[in-house]
Design a protein around this ligand. Structure first.
Ligand SMILES: [Mg+2]
Length: 326
Protein backbone atom coordinates (compact mmCIF):
# COMPACT_ATOMS: atom_id res chain seq x y z
CA UNK A 1 0.00 0.00 0.00
CA UNK A 2 1.12 3.51 -0.69
CA UNK A 3 2.71 5.71 1.96
CA UNK A 4 2.07 8.89 -0.01
CA UNK A 5 0.52 11.80 1.90
CA UNK A 6 -3.12 12.72 1.35
CA UNK A 7 -2.00 16.01 -0.19
CA UNK A 8 0.03 14.13 -2.84
CA UNK A 9 -2.79 11.64 -3.45
CA UNK A 10 -5.35 14.41 -3.91
CA UNK A 11 -3.04 16.03 -6.47
CA UNK A 12 -2.83 12.68 -8.28
CA UNK A 13 -6.65 12.47 -8.50
CA UNK A 14 -6.63 15.90 -10.15
CA UNK A 15 -3.74 14.83 -12.40
CA UNK A 16 -5.61 11.76 -13.67
CA UNK A 17 -8.90 13.56 -14.39
CA UNK A 18 -7.22 16.55 -16.02
CA UNK A 19 -4.76 14.20 -17.77
CA UNK A 20 -7.66 12.46 -19.48
CA UNK A 21 -9.20 15.86 -20.32
CA UNK A 22 -5.91 17.11 -21.83
CA UNK A 23 -5.18 13.99 -23.88
CA UNK A 24 -8.76 13.94 -25.19
CA UNK A 25 -8.92 17.67 -25.98
CA UNK A 26 -5.46 17.85 -27.59
CA UNK A 27 -5.87 14.51 -29.40
CA UNK A 28 -9.28 15.14 -30.91
CA UNK A 29 -7.99 17.19 -33.85
CA UNK A 30 -6.06 14.18 -35.19
CA UNK A 31 -8.70 11.45 -35.10
CA UNK A 32 -8.62 9.01 -38.01
CA UNK A 33 -5.19 10.09 -39.36
CA UNK A 34 -2.49 7.55 -40.15
CA UNK A 35 0.73 7.86 -38.07
CA UNK A 36 2.68 9.79 -40.76
CA UNK A 37 -0.10 12.33 -41.25
CA UNK A 38 -0.61 12.73 -37.50
CA UNK A 39 3.12 13.44 -37.10
CA UNK A 40 2.99 15.92 -40.02
CA UNK A 41 0.15 17.88 -38.41
CA UNK A 42 1.73 17.93 -34.93
CA UNK A 43 2.31 21.71 -35.21
CA UNK A 44 -1.44 22.07 -34.41
CA UNK A 45 -0.47 21.41 -30.79
CA UNK A 46 1.55 24.65 -30.65
CA UNK A 47 -1.53 26.79 -31.41
CA UNK A 48 -2.99 28.54 -28.39
CA UNK A 49 -6.73 27.95 -28.70
CA UNK A 50 -9.58 26.82 -26.45
CA UNK A 51 -9.50 23.02 -26.44
CA UNK A 52 -12.84 21.26 -26.13
CA UNK A 53 -13.22 17.77 -24.77
CA UNK A 54 -15.15 14.93 -26.39
CA UNK A 55 -17.06 11.80 -25.29
CA UNK A 56 -14.04 10.40 -23.39
CA UNK A 57 -14.01 13.21 -20.81
CA UNK A 58 -17.79 13.70 -20.93
CA UNK A 59 -18.39 10.11 -19.74
CA UNK A 60 -15.46 10.22 -17.28
CA UNK A 61 -17.05 13.22 -15.54
CA UNK A 62 -20.48 11.52 -15.43
CA UNK A 63 -18.97 8.33 -13.98
CA UNK A 64 -17.07 10.33 -11.34
CA UNK A 65 -20.27 12.14 -10.36
CA UNK A 66 -22.05 8.84 -9.81
CA UNK A 67 -19.25 7.41 -7.64
CA UNK A 68 -19.26 10.62 -5.56
CA UNK A 69 -23.03 10.47 -5.06
CA UNK A 70 -23.22 6.73 -4.29
CA UNK A 71 -19.88 6.17 -2.54
CA UNK A 72 -19.40 3.11 -4.77
CA UNK A 73 -19.82 1.90 -8.35
CA UNK A 74 -23.57 1.49 -8.86
CA UNK A 75 -24.45 0.70 -12.51
CA UNK A 76 -28.04 1.83 -12.14
CA UNK A 77 -26.96 5.28 -10.95
CA UNK A 78 -24.13 5.51 -13.51
CA UNK A 79 -26.68 4.83 -16.26
CA UNK A 80 -28.81 7.62 -14.78
CA UNK A 81 -25.86 10.03 -14.83
CA UNK A 82 -25.06 9.08 -18.45
CA UNK A 83 -28.68 9.69 -19.34
CA UNK A 84 -28.70 13.08 -17.58
CA UNK A 85 -25.29 14.45 -18.53
CA UNK A 86 -23.88 12.90 -21.73
CA UNK A 87 -23.73 15.60 -24.40
CA UNK A 88 -24.16 13.56 -27.57
CA UNK A 89 -22.83 16.41 -29.72
CA UNK A 90 -19.34 15.71 -28.32
CA UNK A 91 -18.08 13.17 -30.85
CA UNK A 92 -19.85 10.08 -29.51
CA UNK A 93 -19.67 6.80 -31.44
CA UNK A 94 -22.96 5.63 -32.90
CA UNK A 95 -23.18 2.65 -30.50
CA UNK A 96 -22.96 4.89 -27.42
CA UNK A 97 -25.42 7.38 -28.91
CA UNK A 98 -27.92 4.52 -29.30
CA UNK A 99 -27.20 3.28 -25.75
CA UNK A 100 -27.75 6.72 -24.19
CA UNK A 101 -30.87 7.26 -26.29
CA UNK A 102 -32.19 3.86 -25.11
CA UNK A 103 -31.57 4.89 -21.47
CA UNK A 104 -33.36 8.19 -22.07
CA UNK A 105 -36.27 6.26 -23.59
CA UNK A 106 -36.59 4.36 -20.30
CA UNK A 107 -34.77 1.08 -20.98
CA UNK A 108 -33.16 -0.47 -17.87
CA UNK A 109 -29.35 -0.29 -17.66
CA UNK A 110 -28.95 -4.08 -17.86
CA UNK A 111 -30.81 -4.25 -21.17
CA UNK A 112 -29.02 -1.51 -23.06
CA UNK A 113 -25.70 -3.12 -24.03
CA UNK A 114 -27.18 -5.96 -26.10
CA UNK A 115 -29.70 -3.69 -27.79
CA UNK A 116 -26.80 -1.92 -29.48
CA UNK A 117 -24.55 -4.93 -30.23
CA UNK A 118 -26.09 -8.38 -29.94
CA UNK A 119 -22.81 -10.00 -28.87
CA UNK A 120 -21.62 -6.99 -26.91
CA UNK A 121 -19.27 -4.19 -27.97
CA UNK A 122 -15.51 -4.67 -27.81
CA UNK A 123 -14.84 -0.99 -28.41
CA UNK A 124 -12.75 1.12 -26.02
CA UNK A 125 -15.73 3.10 -24.63
CA UNK A 126 -15.73 1.38 -21.23
CA UNK A 127 -11.95 1.88 -20.92
CA UNK A 128 -11.81 5.52 -22.00
CA UNK A 129 -14.08 6.64 -19.11
CA UNK A 130 -12.80 4.33 -16.37
CA UNK A 131 -10.10 6.40 -14.63
CA UNK A 132 -12.37 7.40 -11.68
CA UNK A 133 -12.70 3.68 -10.79
CA UNK A 134 -8.91 3.22 -10.99
CA UNK A 135 -8.55 6.19 -8.63
CA UNK A 136 -11.04 5.17 -5.92
CA UNK A 137 -9.92 1.51 -5.93
CA UNK A 138 -6.16 2.03 -6.22
CA UNK A 139 -5.76 0.43 -2.76
CA UNK A 140 -7.77 -2.69 -3.66
CA UNK A 141 -7.18 -4.29 -7.08
CA UNK A 142 -9.76 -7.08 -6.51
CA UNK A 143 -12.41 -4.50 -5.68
CA UNK A 144 -11.22 -2.54 -8.71
CA UNK A 145 -11.77 -5.42 -11.12
CA UNK A 146 -15.29 -6.12 -9.87
CA UNK A 147 -16.25 -2.44 -10.00
CA UNK A 148 -14.73 -1.93 -13.46
CA UNK A 149 -16.74 -4.83 -14.90
CA UNK A 150 -19.90 -3.40 -13.30
CA UNK A 151 -19.43 0.04 -14.83
CA UNK A 152 -18.42 -1.44 -18.19
CA UNK A 153 -21.45 -3.72 -18.42
CA UNK A 154 -23.86 -0.81 -18.95
CA UNK A 155 -22.56 -0.44 -22.52
CA UNK A 156 -20.01 -3.27 -22.97
CA UNK A 157 -20.76 -6.93 -22.26
CA UNK A 158 -18.10 -8.38 -24.61
CA UNK A 159 -15.08 -9.61 -22.57
CA UNK A 160 -12.64 -7.63 -24.77
CA UNK A 161 -14.50 -4.39 -24.03
CA UNK A 162 -14.71 -5.15 -20.30
CA UNK A 163 -11.14 -6.38 -19.80
CA UNK A 164 -9.75 -3.44 -21.74
CA UNK A 165 -11.38 -1.29 -19.05
CA UNK A 166 -9.77 -3.50 -16.37
CA UNK A 167 -6.32 -2.97 -17.95
CA UNK A 168 -6.80 0.81 -18.17
CA UNK A 169 -8.17 1.17 -14.61
CA UNK A 170 -5.38 -1.00 -13.21
CA UNK A 171 -2.77 1.09 -15.06
CA UNK A 172 -4.22 4.22 -13.45
CA UNK A 173 -4.26 2.54 -10.01
CA UNK A 174 -0.62 1.39 -10.33
CA UNK A 175 0.36 4.93 -11.38
CA UNK A 176 -1.39 6.42 -8.33
CA UNK A 177 0.76 4.41 -5.89
CA UNK A 178 4.04 5.44 -7.51
CA UNK A 179 6.13 8.26 -6.07
CA UNK A 180 5.58 11.27 -8.38
CA UNK A 181 9.22 12.28 -7.98
CA UNK A 182 10.50 8.98 -9.39
CA UNK A 183 10.48 7.58 -12.92
CA UNK A 184 7.64 5.24 -13.88
CA UNK A 185 8.34 1.77 -12.47
CA UNK A 186 7.96 -0.29 -15.65
CA UNK A 187 8.60 -3.79 -14.28
CA UNK A 188 6.31 -3.28 -11.28
CA UNK A 189 3.52 -2.06 -13.57
CA UNK A 190 3.86 -5.03 -15.94
CA UNK A 191 3.78 -7.47 -12.99
CA UNK A 192 0.69 -5.76 -11.58
CA UNK A 193 -1.06 -5.84 -14.96
CA UNK A 194 -0.17 -9.52 -15.46
CA UNK A 195 -1.71 -10.42 -12.11
CA UNK A 196 -4.98 -8.61 -12.74
CA UNK A 197 -5.32 -9.69 -16.39
CA UNK A 198 -4.74 -13.35 -15.57
CA UNK A 199 -7.80 -15.35 -16.61
CA UNK A 200 -8.99 -12.67 -19.02
CA UNK A 201 -8.96 -12.73 -22.84
CA UNK A 202 -5.69 -13.99 -24.38
CA UNK A 203 -5.46 -10.79 -26.46
CA UNK A 204 -4.41 -8.80 -23.39
CA UNK A 205 -1.81 -11.37 -22.28
CA UNK A 206 -0.34 -11.30 -25.80
CA UNK A 207 -0.32 -7.49 -25.75
CA UNK A 208 1.52 -7.50 -22.39
CA UNK A 209 4.10 -9.92 -23.82
CA UNK A 210 4.62 -7.54 -26.74
CA UNK A 211 4.92 -4.52 -24.43
CA UNK A 212 7.55 -6.35 -22.38
CA UNK A 213 9.48 -7.24 -25.52
CA UNK A 214 9.26 -3.66 -26.81
CA UNK A 215 10.50 -2.29 -23.46
CA UNK A 216 13.39 -4.77 -23.48
CA UNK A 217 14.72 -3.23 -26.70
CA UNK A 218 15.92 -0.27 -24.64
CA UNK A 219 14.73 2.34 -27.17
CA UNK A 220 11.52 4.20 -27.85
CA UNK A 221 9.85 2.65 -30.86
CA UNK A 222 8.69 4.76 -33.81
CA UNK A 223 4.97 5.62 -33.85
CA UNK A 224 4.29 3.43 -36.89
CA UNK A 225 6.03 0.47 -35.15
CA UNK A 226 3.87 0.90 -32.02
CA UNK A 227 0.69 1.27 -34.10
CA UNK A 228 1.59 -1.83 -36.12
CA UNK A 229 2.46 -3.91 -33.09
CA UNK A 230 -0.20 -2.86 -30.54
CA UNK A 231 -2.80 -1.07 -32.67
CA UNK A 232 -4.40 2.38 -32.85
CA UNK A 233 -8.04 1.43 -33.39
CA UNK A 234 -11.34 1.91 -31.58
CA UNK A 235 -11.28 -1.73 -30.40
CA UNK A 236 -10.35 -1.97 -26.71
CA UNK A 237 -7.60 -4.58 -27.27
CA UNK A 238 -6.12 -2.45 -30.09
CA UNK A 239 -5.93 0.80 -28.12
CA UNK A 240 -5.65 0.23 -24.34
CA UNK A 241 -2.29 -1.64 -24.59
CA UNK A 242 -0.96 1.16 -26.84
CA UNK A 243 -1.95 3.80 -24.27
CA UNK A 244 -0.28 1.75 -21.50
CA UNK A 245 2.93 1.34 -23.52
CA UNK A 246 3.06 5.09 -24.22
CA UNK A 247 2.43 5.99 -20.56
CA UNK A 248 5.05 3.53 -19.30
CA UNK A 249 7.62 4.63 -21.87
CA UNK A 250 7.17 8.42 -21.87
CA UNK A 251 5.97 9.12 -18.33
CA UNK A 252 6.64 11.19 -16.29
CA UNK A 253 6.98 13.65 -19.21
CA UNK A 254 3.31 14.43 -19.82
CA UNK A 255 3.71 16.44 -23.06
CA UNK A 256 5.98 13.81 -24.63
CA UNK A 257 3.47 11.08 -23.73
CA UNK A 258 0.55 12.97 -25.32
CA UNK A 259 2.58 13.77 -28.46
CA UNK A 260 3.61 10.11 -28.74
CA UNK A 261 0.01 8.92 -28.26
CA UNK A 262 -1.29 11.32 -30.93
CA UNK A 263 1.47 10.34 -33.34
CA UNK A 264 0.05 6.78 -33.42
CA UNK A 265 -2.87 8.16 -35.46
CA UNK A 266 -6.22 6.34 -35.46
CA UNK A 267 -8.32 6.85 -32.32
CA UNK A 268 -6.06 9.67 -31.13
CA UNK A 269 -8.34 11.38 -28.61
CA UNK A 270 -9.11 8.17 -26.73
CA UNK A 271 -5.54 6.78 -26.79
CA UNK A 272 -4.13 10.17 -25.71
CA UNK A 273 -6.91 10.49 -23.09
CA UNK A 274 -6.11 7.07 -21.62
CA UNK A 275 -2.33 7.67 -21.68
CA UNK A 276 -2.96 11.12 -20.17
CA UNK A 277 -5.00 9.64 -17.30
CA UNK A 278 -2.21 7.16 -16.47
CA UNK A 279 0.65 9.69 -16.63
CA UNK A 280 -1.51 12.27 -14.81
CA UNK A 281 -2.16 9.74 -12.02
CA UNK A 282 1.62 9.36 -11.70
CA UNK A 283 2.77 12.99 -11.80
CA UNK A 284 -0.33 14.70 -10.36
CA UNK A 285 -1.68 18.09 -11.37
CA UNK A 286 1.66 19.64 -10.36
CA UNK A 287 3.33 17.61 -13.15
CA UNK A 288 0.93 18.77 -15.89
CA UNK A 289 1.94 21.54 -18.34
CA UNK A 290 0.32 24.77 -17.08
CA UNK A 291 0.19 26.33 -20.57
CA UNK A 292 -1.78 23.31 -21.84
CA UNK A 293 -4.16 23.20 -18.87
CA UNK A 294 -4.96 26.91 -19.41
CA UNK A 295 -6.21 26.11 -22.92
CA UNK A 296 -8.89 23.67 -21.71
CA UNK A 297 -12.48 24.89 -22.01
CA UNK A 298 -13.81 26.20 -18.73
CA UNK A 299 -17.59 26.37 -19.18
CA UNK A 300 -20.28 24.81 -16.94
CA UNK A 301 -18.69 21.31 -17.10
CA UNK A 302 -15.17 22.41 -18.03
CA UNK A 303 -11.76 22.58 -16.38
CA UNK A 304 -12.76 24.08 -12.97
CA UNK A 305 -15.68 21.66 -12.72
CA UNK A 306 -13.34 18.74 -13.47
CA UNK A 307 -10.84 19.90 -10.83
CA UNK A 308 -13.58 20.21 -8.22
CA UNK A 309 -14.95 16.81 -9.18
CA UNK A 310 -11.47 15.27 -8.72
CA UNK A 311 -11.32 16.75 -5.20
CA UNK A 312 -14.76 15.34 -4.36
CA UNK A 313 -13.75 11.97 -5.82
CA UNK A 314 -10.74 12.02 -3.51
CA UNK A 315 -13.10 12.48 -0.53
CA UNK A 316 -15.10 9.48 -1.82
CA UNK A 317 -11.90 7.41 -1.93
CA UNK A 318 -11.22 8.30 1.72
CA UNK A 319 -14.67 6.97 2.67
CA UNK A 320 -14.38 3.83 0.49
CA UNK A 321 -10.90 3.17 1.86
CA UNK A 322 -12.01 3.59 5.47
CA UNK A 323 -14.96 1.24 4.93
CA UNK A 324 -12.88 -1.44 3.24
CA UNK A 325 -10.06 -1.29 5.82
CA UNK A 326 -12.10 -1.15 8.89
MG1 LIG B 1 -13.57 11.04 -28.21
Amino acid sequence: MTSLSHEVLQDKFRGAILGCFLGDAFGSGFEGMDPDRAMFHMSILAKKVTRKYTDDTDMTLALAESIIQCGKVDPEDIAKQFSLHCDLSRGYAIGTIKAVQALRAGLKWGEVARVVFENGSFGNGAAMRVSPVGLVYHHDLDGLKESVIKQASITHVHPLGQWGAVMQACSVALAVIQDPKERFKKERTIIGLREILWGGPIEYIRALNKIEEMLSQGRRLQACEVARSLGNGVEAHLSVPSACYIAITYGPDFCDAIRAAISLGGDTDTIAGMAGAIVGAHVGEKGLPVEWVEQLEDGPRGRSFAENLADRLFESWREIHQTSSG
